[in-house]
Design a binder for this molecule. Structure first.
Ligand code: PFF
Length: 463
């Protein structure tokens, strides 16, 4: 069968914008602050940054390199380089991505609904934002409409292809987001009790740290960098041969951590100002931020608040694009299906897979109290987050490290990086990436995964 023409990014900046767009999303602005809040604040931040820069950045380099070398979707990349059954690892990643997008799209729908309710509705006059959030997420009609709208928007952009769709949009949206977050931080820091929030976030108390803290930080790092499921392999497959993989990976990692760090700096002063609990969980951003927009008065509040939630939607959009692109690339590469029908079929399927997550916040009791493990009852969406994001992504990171170090081989890996980075060999970054991928990353990720699975699901206390 004749292969269809594969897309590519127009420039290194195009790749960086798209990869950073994939990385920066709800993971930074919604998930990172609530995970930090649940895991004790600053100590979590320190462990998180360690995971991002030491454990995950080499894995980011590995994913880009594998993708660029093979010029294939994750399944095709593993198969082409590794032969045998290695393609299965790529396929697992694709399934993980499909399941992540199913719930991610629901949260994106909440953000979209909050944008509309803040700008044009009466959300800011509700006062009790915690109970508003509870009612809002239990409301089936809104959720259905807004997450459908979100999936349609994602599908339209992905159908547009690599340059005209993915690259153009991310380049515009990312800088605007940064500016609005910075503006809100400055405002938030001037409020009473902001200091308490800042010290919760920046002064570490390591006595709070438990084995679970490492797991949460590690899986959050994978989620935030879009690693472990092949999104970056796929984007890497559109990356030009003459561009520098290592510096691009460093830039993407730095941008992503900067936005996560700034989100914390935005959220925690507001949480303490409003005397809320930092341990609120997934509702944290949706509860903390409306309070501040309300403070800004009936004219400015809806304007700034609406802009914020709109940009949150855009950040989510550049991530959903990358999540959808993975199965689309798989189907177009492997089965020679055209891009548009592939997008329509896969986006519809994922939307349907998202329905249980949508109904898991009070609408349907069975999905709301879906499973009990680790001494707590979890809703359907949390179960998906645990299996596919918290466990699935680090598993993918573990596998790609082993794959590169022991199957492909560090020599061929370095040969690929040398295109666009001719002096990679012998440099400190080569040694760092080699040691990390060959030993430290698989060891650390593997150990944390095993301990967590034993503890959470089998109740076996390792420490
Ligand atoms: N990195 C995205 C975020 O932080 O919101 C989420 C994500 C996108 C995870 C793409 C995984 C992925 F492949």
């Amino acid at each position: 069968m004749a292969q269809q023409q594969r897309g590519s990014f127009s420039s290194r900046l195009g790749f960086i914008a798209a990869a950073a767009g994939s990385a920066v999303g709800l993971g930074n602005i919604w998930k990172f602050p609530y995970e930090t809040g649940l895991n004790g604040g600053a100590a979590f931040l320190v462990i998180y940054l360690f995971c991002v820069f030491i454990i995950c950045m080499p894995i980011l380099v590995a994913e880009i390199t594998v993708g660029r070398h093979a010029r294939q979707n994750p399944h095709g990349s593993y198969k082409k380089i590794g032969g045998g059954n290695w393609g299965v690892i790529g396929t697992i990643g694709i399934i993980v991505g499909i399941m992540i997008l199913s719930f991610y799209n629901v949260v994106a729908g909440w953000a979209f609904g909050y944008f509309l309710q803040t700008s044009f509705g009466d959300l800011l006059s509700k006062g009790d934002f915690a109970s508003y959030f509870g009612k809002y997420t239990a409301n089936v009609t809104d959720n259905l409409i807004f997450s459908l709208a979100f999936m349609v928007a994602t599908g339209l952009i992905v159908a547009g292809g690599v340059q005209k769709g993915i690259e153009r949009w991310t380049k515009i949206l990312m800088p605007v987001l940064l500016v609005i977050v910075l503006g809100l931080i400055v405002y938030g820091l001037t409020l009473p009790n902001a200091r308490e929030g800042v010290s919760f976030y920046l002064v570490p108390d390591f006595s709070e740290v438990e084995a679970g803290t490492f797991f949460s930080a590690l899986s959050q790092a994978f989620f935030s960098l879009s690693l472990g499921m092949g999104a970056i392999i796929t984007y890497g497959s559109y990356f030009n041969k003459e561009d520098n993989i290592v510096s691009s990976a460093a830039l993407v990692t730095t941008t992503d951590s900067l936005i996560a760090f700034l989100s914390g700096l935005l959220v925690f002063p507001l949480v303490f100002f409003q005397a809320q609990e930092p341990t609120e969980g997934p509702g944290l951003v949706f509860v903390a931020l409306p309070g501040i927009f309300e403070q800004m008065g009936p004219m400015i509040g809806p304007l700034i608040g609406g802009t914020f939630f709109l940009l949150l939607c855009f950040a989510a959009l550049t991530s959903t694009i990358s999540l959808l692109e993975v199965p689309v690339a798989y189907v177009t590469d492997e089965f020679n299906v055209k891009r548009k029908p592939a997008v329509i079929g896969i986006a519809s399927l994922i939307f349907l897979l998202g329905l249980p997550s949508m109904l898991a916040h009070g609408a349907v009791d069975w999905f709301t109290n879906f499973a009990t493990y680790g001494g707590e009852t979890h809703n359907f969406m949390t179960v998906l987050i645990t299996i596919f994001s918290d466990i699935g992504l680090p598993f993918g990171g573990f596998m790609i490290s082993i794959f590169v170090a022991y199957k492909w081989g560090m020599k061929r890996f370095a040969d690929e990086i040398e295109h666009g980075h001719p002096h990679f060999r012998g440099r400190i970054e080569e040694k760092f990436v080699t040691v990390m991928l060959s030993f430290i990353s698989p060891l650390v990720v593997g150990t944390i995964l095993i301990i967590t699975v034993l503890q959470s699901f089998f109740g076996i206390q390792v420490f």
